[in-house]
Design a protein around this ligand. Structure first.
Ligand code: ZN
Length: 222
């Protein structure tokens, strides 16, 4: 079924699925675990709308292309245009929903691309590379600088973090992105992963949460 943004109560959100703007290495501990330097400004890349699937019904991994890593990330649904120089208030007001994303990554391929200085899209922009949870409206979400996130796989805690630890916090990140790419209603920004990334395996059962706010089960369907 075609992807459509939705809220947790099942209501569909009348916005198109646009692009997904992603930030790499936005948590220092995750940069360290992959032996990557911390960038001097946000490291941005884009996943196309064709990479987005709902995680509600589970998702399939690419086959025969090496290890697929999970990266659990806070996802922001953009509700109004942001372009050029924008104020912190306008950046915050453009967020219409908060949810969770998996930034699926063909890690071995990404390492090869990185070593050649090539773009990462082959490793990060494939079909179903961005499973998204439903969203909660912002007034139900915690303050933007205190959003916790966690991932359990097969009942084992694998990732735990908080937006308080972001190198570039959410509002500043949106301001930065708007100066680079226009954000349009229906676009999604995913905000980087805390430490604990690792390999997904066929049949894995996932439990993603912003504790106290939202909880979403998902699974690898392969
Ligand atoms: Zn990521």
């Amino acid at each position: 079924m075609a992807y459509q943004h939705q809220y947790f109560d099942g209501t569909s959100i009348p916005l198109p699925m646009g692009k997904v703007v992603c930030v790499g290495r936005n948590y220092a501990e995750h940069a360290r675990e992959l032996n990557n330097p911390i960038p001097s400004e946000p490291l941005l890349f884009i996943k196309p709308s064709t990479s987005v699937v709902s995680m509600v019904d589970g998702f399939r991994l690419p086959v025969g292309r090496g290890a697929v890593h999970y990266e659990t990330e806070i996802a922001l649904l953009i509700g109004s245009p942001l372009s050029g120089t924008v104020s912190p208030a306008d950046a915050a007001a453009a967020i219409t929903g908060v949810g969770l994303a998996l930034d699926l990554t063909l890690r071995e391929l990404q390492d090869q691309l990185k070593s050649k200085g090539h773009p990462w899209e082959r490793a990060k922009a494939f079909d179903a590379a961005c499973p998204l949870s439903p969203f909660v409206q912002l007034d139900q979400a915690p303050a933007l600088n205190a959003i916790a996130l966690e991932l359990k796989i097969n009942d084992e805690l694998r990732q735990q973090g908080t937006s308080a630890d972001m190198i570039t916090p959410i509002v500043a990140l949106l301001q930065h992105i708007a100066g680079v790419f226009s954000l349009l209603p229906g676009d999604v920004v995913i905000t980087g992963t805390p430490a604990g990334v690792g390999v997904l395996n066929p049949g894995d059962e996932l439990e993603l949460a912003i504790p106290g706010v939202l909880q979403q089960a998902s699974r690898v369907l392969n």
